[in-house]
Design a protein around this ligand. Sequence first.
Ligand code: AMP
Ligand code: TRP
Length: 326
Amino acid sequence: MKRMLTGLQPTGVITLGNYIGAIKQMVKYQDEYESFLFVADLHAITVPNSNINLKENTRSLIALYLACGIDPKKNTIFVQSQNEYHANLSWILECNTYFGELSRMHQFKEKSKGKENFTAGLFTYPVLMASDIIIYDADYVPVGIDQKQHVEIARDIAIRFNKKYGDTFIIPEPIISETGTKIMDLIDPTKKMSKSSENQNGVIRLLDEPETIRKKIMRATTDSEMLVKFDEENKPGISNLINIYSSFTGKTVSEVEEQFKDSNYGTFKKAVADVVVSELEKIQIKYNEYINGTEIDQILKEGREKTRMYAKAKYDAVKRKIGFYE
Ligand code: AMP
Ligand code: TRP
């Protein structure tokens, strides 16, 4: 079975866009691949973020993924900072990575732009990410399009190391979830629904109160035509609601159009709100069970033990290849 691995930053907020665009895909992949899922908390400290509560966010993120259907029996779930081999290997990989190639990373350029003080960790971030991936011989890495360049540099580093020291790492491939449905902002449906959006009325968060979710959908921007028809160019708001409805019900776009061909926008929006609220309510109930229970602690303990064993074996192999004193 091919191995898949992905990391999630513990930033706290998960949107309906993340759920439809990424989490649902991962729930599907867990039956096809041997899956590794971890909280990238070491990456979270590369930028100043004084109000981030790492412990709580880590637990909350894991509870939410489990509530969304990530099965702890099918996934190895762990916390990056609980496995020291990632950072150990990262140092060795840094010595096989060029300053020039790291300087060309889009994320680094964007996050350091105009700033006098940014950390060395922000610069070497992609190398730690490469280490996360190749220490487990991951074949596939599902990420958003913004992280594609980082998976590509992980490939380059792995190929370079293999050439210099002999075959050691599997060369990973990115799986870009952007091919799935892109969920747009409810207020400005020409832009992507994003956790960092200024107007939070356009963004549904998975842990929003059901009443808030309902209100946000009922107030979503539409158009003056009064026709439930998919046309992203001229009717971005309605098209976005059709996408949301379709992904929650499993119906195709034309089935949705047919179902609401005689409905006004109020009726359609109410139907969208009903399906979203009903599914998210179930998720929230499970979330609360996980957050208040002890299962997460057990899952993370097992994940930590298993991944430390795997990672140590690879790290030791790397040290032998380089010829360090044993
Ligand atoms: P981000 O929240 O941008 O770090 O993205 C995390 C994952 O969620 C990536 O796989 C994205 O492609 C996906 N994602 C984020 N926002 C959306 C959206 N509005 N529609 C669909 N997928 C999204
Ligand atoms: N950098 C990724 C992000 O911000 C998170 C991440 C860290 C990751 N290590 C990884 C993703 C390894 C995939 C594989 O989304």
